[in-house]
Design a protein around this ligand. Structure first.
Ligand code: GUN
Ligand code: ZN
Length: 493
């Protein structure tokens, strides 16, 4: 039992939770974004990050502090909170990132955890090994063994009331990610970052991100708070939350600002090329792109970083509200339209619809069918599973139109793409209240045909007639042969 994390609400595998950080004396609502603060370069003062954006958590790097003479002694004597001027909760990383970048670091898990405890970190990190994507399997397994040892050292360390991360590695091997997740969940460590995602995120390999994270989630327990290490681009946060990630850290806001990049929920724009700011944050209301270009590099960087954080926090609030109202997958679908790489991520997520279905509420906000991907949502497969359990009479008409005024069937049910058949009495029941376009598409018809065949297979003695409105031949081919098929657009009913 992890009593420091409580899930309050679900949508798909996404959740609203409460993470209690005892050493900081705070409880924060998740999903939460931790701005990355470089202890050497405070692009925006942490105090301002708290005041302006309401950030309750941030993340900084204890390895950098420990290896920078100029600041180490000050942080040791004053404490991290005083040094940064931040009274929320502070997570510290360990130097694993430097390990991945430069291949070698001069600190052990025991040493860096002790250092993190001494400087007053609230959530500490052992020295995990971030195996890059597409590594040799032997290397991924070897590295995972080293990470396991690091977790064991962290369990053995005297960490007091500081929470400790248990990173989940495994490169692009989904079985290793799942195994690593199960191992991490079996320790008494507290927060579960999925690691080595930065190369995948930088390359926009969102489908691979989804495969790695959904695999890790299969190994982790539902009460494990999950952090997606290195993820903070607003474009992908809804997708990541829908998989069940609770914490994010954004260096993107500052790194991108340094390169003159302007973040949006559908990608990254270049200040150099912009004429208008499509945003209503204070920076974008008070300045034009030309103003920023004329402001000088440091000022432009600071203002861009501020805008970048505004859009990122705005997206986090939008995601929380979507979970509350049960429309998270609608939001993910909108984001999937913003960039083809996001569409790959969403399609990969739908390959795991069963995993999302396990925690998806049975009733929530109205289902909107807005793309052919909607036909693969977990609400559709759940209805298909339910169809097989419905009680049916001897003769049954399934029709997309109103019931005929006179007929000889024992019952007339509705057919609604993408769900398929259901008794009219269920019309007001979620998800059958869905808003679907008048002009249905082949994917919705195929899914509805799948629903018809589930009904027919479960009820071999029922005579079934299907009245469809000009369905695609590919969808009709899915309907079992013994179903009588009528095109209602030809019958005029
Ligand atoms: N920051 C980004 N990725 C990682 C990771 O895999 N491990 C650690 N410790 N920090 C990270
Ligand atoms: Zn803005």
């Amino acid at each position: 039992m992890r009593d420091h994390f409580e899930v309050r609400d679900h949508d798909a595998a996404g959740r609203i939770g409460r993470l209690t950080v005892p050493r900081a004396g705070v409880t924060v609502e998740t999903p939460a974004l931790l701005p990355v603060v470089n202890p050497n370069v405070l692009t925006i003062e942490p105090r301002r990050i708290r005041e302006t954006f309401g950030a309750e958590l941030l993340i900084t790097n204890s390895y950098i502090i420990r290896s920078t003479d100029r600041i180490r002694d000050r942080v040791l004597s004053d404490g991290l909170h005083e040094f940064l001027g931040f009274d929320g909760a502070i997570m510290t990383d360990s130097g694993s990132f430097q390990l991945a970048e430069y291949g070698d670091i001069d600190v052990t898990t025991a040493e860096i955890l002790e250092f993190q405890r001494r400087i007053g970190s609230d959530i500490a990190t052992p020295v995990d090994v971030p195996t890059p994507p597409d590594a040799d399997r032997e290397r991924a397994e070897r590295d995972l063994e080293t990470t396991r040892t690091a977790l064991a050292d962290a369990v053995a360390a005297d960490t007091g009331d500081m929470l400790v991360n248990a990173p989940v590695q495994g490169s692009t091997y989904t079985d290793l990610r799942e195994q690593a997740g199960r191992h991490a969940a079996g320790t008494d460590l507290d927060v579960f970052p999925v690691g080595a995602m930065v190369p995948l995120l930088n390359a926009y390999r969102y489908a691979d991100v989804v495969e790695a994270v959904t695999a890790a989630k299969r190994g982790l327990d539902p009460d494990c708070p999950v952090h997606l290490f290195g993820a903070g681009h607003p474009m992908m946060l809804a997708l990541a939350v829908a998989m069940g990630c609770d914490l994010f850290d954004s260096a993107a806001y500052a790194l991108m600002a340094r390169d003159g990049r302007y973040l949006t929920v559908s990608g990254t724009d270049h200040l150099a090329e912009m004429s208008h700011f499509p945003c209503s944050c204070p920076v974008c209301v008070e300045h034009t792109p030309a103003d920023l270009r004329a402001a000088g590099d440091d000022e432009a960087e600071r203002l861009l970083a501020k805008h970048n954080l505004h859009v990122t926090f705005e997206e986090i609030r939008r995601i929380k509200e979507a979970i509350r109202s049960g429309t998270l997958l609608e939001l993910v679908e909108r984001r999937a339209r913003g960039h083809p790489a996001m569409l790959d991520g969403y399609r990969a997520l739908l390959d795991h619809a069963d995993q999302l279905e396990a925690t998806d509420p049975v009733s929530k906000g109205t289902f909107f069918y807005t793309s052919h991907e909607s036909a693969r949502r977990p609400e559709v497969s759940r209805h298909h599973d339910r169809i097989a359990r419905l009680t049916v009479p001897e003769t049954l008409l399934l029709t997309e139109s109103k019931p005929p005024s006179s007929h000889d069937y024992d019952a007339v049910w509705r057919v609604k793409p993408p769900f398929g058949p259901f008794p009219r009495a269920l019309s007001e029941t979620y998800p059958l209240t869905a808003e679907t376009p008048e002009r249905t598409d082949c994917a919705a018809q195929l899914a509805a045909a799948e629903g018809v065949s589930r009904l027919v297979e479960a009820n071999p003695d029922t005579a079934v007639t299907l009245g469809h409105a000009d369905w695609d031949p590919a969808a009709l081919a899915v309907v079992p042969d013994r179903v009588a098929i009528e095109d209602i657009t030809e019958l005029g009913r």
